[in-house]
Design a protein around this ligand. Structure first.
Ligand SMILES: Nc1nc2c(c(=O)[nH]1)N[C@H]1C(S)=C(S)[C@@H](COP(=O)(O)OP(=O)(O)OC[C@H]3O[C@@H](n4cnc5c(N)ncnc54)[C@H](O)[C@@H]3O)O[C@H]1N2
Ligand code: MOO
Length: 403
């Protein structure tokens, strides 16, 4: 049976994944949240022309020559404007952030003056506009500086504050419930019995989902029975999860019960098995409004499929305008043989050569159980189905893994 291409599988996972409803949060809570609407400035910044330096506000024509003498008629500081007007031969003491008084068209910094009482001697010629920030030079009321779909950086929070928005409308965080399966799993720190394996997948899945802005719900590990797996699925639905991510039990073995349990619960299955390595037995469907991603149990398969499918889904539900991983160009660090029908995602190290070239060096063992080289890799090197053999130095495409 032909396996589903990765791009079709991703399109199926994202089909109908609309941004979750908006909620208002304070700026303190808005870091890394996703804007639900465009945000326009509520004020002009700076609202009036302001001094960029400490010195004297003058008429440039009066201070155009060295040793010009001016009379100081007042003072302006940030927040305390001068109400008068600067006339011929006059200067006003001004500080950084002070409103430039009427009549003045330049600021002479104090290092370029000699002050004796109210007499100011100019030691550096003034230039019209010098050291003045014109009104609106940063932004004007109504300017849209933050767009819907933006994941807010700390710099975005500062600009939102500057635009006078104490709260922002952001999309609700997706709730992602994570259910592991497997009788053989024991928790880190315990002493595994013969044939037992230490549970690891969930740690990467929770952290990855949270770093993408999801709220995660830990459904623990279900034993390899239909009852336990079904109970886990039901708890996901009761918790109001937007997405259920299962890991393990996805393949064809007698103890691989996830698909059966999902079917018994009435899943509308979109696909099972994709043309991808690692990750062939991945499945996806919908249980009512809850999206379901059934990840394979092999630790590398579980992580790589989560990175390729769960992450874009979380981004789409979060309302982000950019949801896809971006492929980068690199060159191969070693020869690779021809590929088969499965799109390959090879764990690789990334090196930056002195000439600026990025070199991707696939690790030699790509078995999907090997956690050590997953942790050591910086990128996934993507090889198309049936890609011919390729020599070291030839171009390739990589996806950077999160740091
Ligand atoms: N006859 C076939 N066998 C297999 C096929 C196939 O097409 N035909 N596909 C293989 C591929 S590819 C994959 S990937 C695996 C996926 O298997 P499952 O999803 O059923 O995963 P499990 O059997 O439950 O576990 C596999 C492996 O991973 C360990 N595991 C599982 N969960 C965790 C966890 N949370 N933390 C750490 N390790 C975990 C588990 O102990 C197993 O060693 O199927 C192949 N077989
Ligand atoms: O798809 Mo499996 O992940 O190759 O081992």
């Amino acid at each position: 049976m032909a396996l589903m291409p990765v791009s079709d599988a991703l399109a199926a996972v994202l089909a109908g994944a609309a941004p979750l409803p908006a909620e208002m949060v304070s700026l303190d809570e808005a870091h890394h949240r996703v804007l639900a609407h465009d945000v326009a400035a509520r004020r002009t910044q700076p609202p009036q022309a302001m001094s960029a330096m400490d010195g004297y506000a003058v008429r440039a024509a009066d201070a155009a020559t060295i040793d010009s003498r001016l009379t100081m008629i007042g003072e302006v500081a940030a927040g305390r404007p001068f109400t008068g007007r600067v006339g011929a031969g006059e200067a006003v003491r001004i500080f950084t952030g002070g409103v430039v008084p009427d009549g003045a068209d330049a600021v002479v910094i104090q290092e370029d003056t000699i002050a004796e009482g109210k007499q100011i001697t100019i030691k550096e010629a003034a230039i019209v506009g010098r050291h003045i920030r014109p009104a609106g030079v940063d932004f004007r009321e109504g300017d849209v500086l933050l767009r819907k779909g933006t994941r807010l950086t700390e710099r975005d929070l500062a600009v939102a504050a500057g635009m006078n928005h104490p709260h922002l409308a952001v999309c609700r965080r997706p709730k992602v419930a994570i259910l592991a399966t497997g009788d053989e799993l024991v928790m880190p720190g315990s002493t595994p019995g013969h044939g037992q394996i230490v549970y690891s997948n969930g740690y990467a899945l929770h952290a990855l989902a949270r770093s993408e802005g999801a709220e995660t719900i830990d459904l623990g590990v279900a034993a390899d029975t239909l009852e336990a797996t079904t109970a886990g699925i039901r708890r996901a639905r009761e918790s109001g999860a937007d997405v259920l991510v299962t890991t393990g039990g996805a393949s064809v073995g007698d103890h691989d019960l996830v698909q059966q349990a999902l079917k018994d619960e009435g899943i509308a299955m979109a696909f099972w098995k994709i043309a991808m390595r690692p990750g062939k037995p991945m499945m996806h469907g919908r249980l009512g409004t809850m999206g379901v991603i059934g990840l394979p149990g092999n630790p590398v398969s579980s992580y790589v499929c989560a990175f390729l499918f769960m992450v874009p889904l979380i981004r789409a539900l979060s309302g982000r305008s950019v949801i896809h991983h971006r492929r980068e160009r690199a060159v191969l660090g070693r020869d690779l043989g021809a590929n088969d029908q499965r799109e390959d995602y090879l764990r690789a190290r990334l090196e930056l050569r002195d000439d600026g070239t990025l070199v991707a060096l696939p690790v030699s063992h790509q078995d999907s159980s090997l956690l050590a080289n997953l942790a050591a890799a910086q990128v996934l090197l993507v090889r198309a189905p049936f890609a011919p053999k390729a020599e070291a130095g030839s171009p390739c495409e990589v996806l950077r893994l999160p740091v």
